[in-house]
Design a binder for this molecule. Structure first.
Ligand SMILES: [Zn+2]
Ligand SMILES: [Zn+2]
Ligand SMILES: [Zn+2]
Length: 252
């Protein structure tokens, strides 16, 4: 299984427009963060979690030629805004792309992308929406396990595929969900910055949770510029815990 971090930044990305802080001005490529998304290659399948506003740029950068399914964590714009660009795969692969999401998210897609659901519009992105609940499901022969957490009062799904668990946009992960994560080899958690936030884990909260879950390798995503310089913050983290960066690839 091969994981590629397509984007690791918060909703505005890093650098932020019109910000001249040291992080936004940093020349370190790891301080340039597109909106959060991850690509998973497993058993010959190519899966993307979330299609934010940078989706097109991300799949071009990583030369992702195949796309078999999209999993959506929740409906915030920084996780769905790039959905229109599945057209590139519709045309080149001549197939619809299945999208797995909870019904509430699918309802939101119908508001945000009404033309995608209009049968008579030839230029629409061709998607097949499949509603999921908080129960393991099969994409072809691959088991995908949703993990249900809270994101500022909004339910948000994380996903486990084999030994990889991806959790973005949460500030609360109920203990009843922890068993689903146990035994993973790699865990991804969101960590926004240092100050308390109503809908995201802070760095300290993410570190505390990572210690409790004790997965061998943990990577943080969805960082804002207030997190600080990648090089400085990452070097101060405990063994086995890192900030992710755009383009980071791991094999499990
Ligand atoms: Zn987000
Ligand atoms: Zn900044
Ligand atoms: Zn969000």
């Amino acid at each position: 299984m091969k994981i590629t971090f397509l984007g690791t930044g918060t909703s505005q990305g890093v650098p932020i427009i019109n910000c001249d802080c040291p992080v936004c001005k940093s020349l370190d490529f790891r301080d340039k963060r597109l909106r959060c998304s991850v690509h998973i290659e497993v058993n010959g399948k190519s899966i993307v979690i979330d299609t934010g506003p940078d989706f097109r740029q991300q799949v071009l950068r990583e030369s992702i030629h195949q796309l078999d399914a999209i999993l959506l964590t929740h409906e915030h714009k920084d996780h769905i805004a790039g959905l229109d660009d599945v057209r590139g795969y519709n045309f080149s692969l001549n197939k619809n792309i299945p999208i797995y999401a909870r019904q509430r998210v699918i309802d939101r897609l119908k508001v945000e992308f009404p033309y995608a659901f209009a049968e008579d519009y030839a230029g629409r992105p061709r998607i097949d929406t499949i509603p999921i609940s908080n129960q393991a499901f099969l994409f072809e022969d691959l088991e995908i396990v949703p993990i249900d957490g809270m994101h500022g009062g909004m339910p948000c799904f994380g996903f486990r595929i084999e030994n990889f668990t991806y959790i973005t946009d949460m500030n609360e992960l109920p203990e009843k969900e922890w068993d689903k994560i146990a035994g993973s080899k790699v865990l991804v958690l969101n960590a926004l910055h240092h100050k308390d936030h109503y809908s995201h884990f802070t760095l300290k909260e993410a570190l505390d949770l990572a210690k409790k879950l004790s997965i061998p390798k943990t990577y943080f995503v969805h960082m804002s510029h207030h997190m600080g310089l990648h090089g400085q913050v990452d070097s101060g983290l405990p063994m086995g815990i890192h900030l992710a960066y755009d383009g980071l690839k791991i094999e499990i």
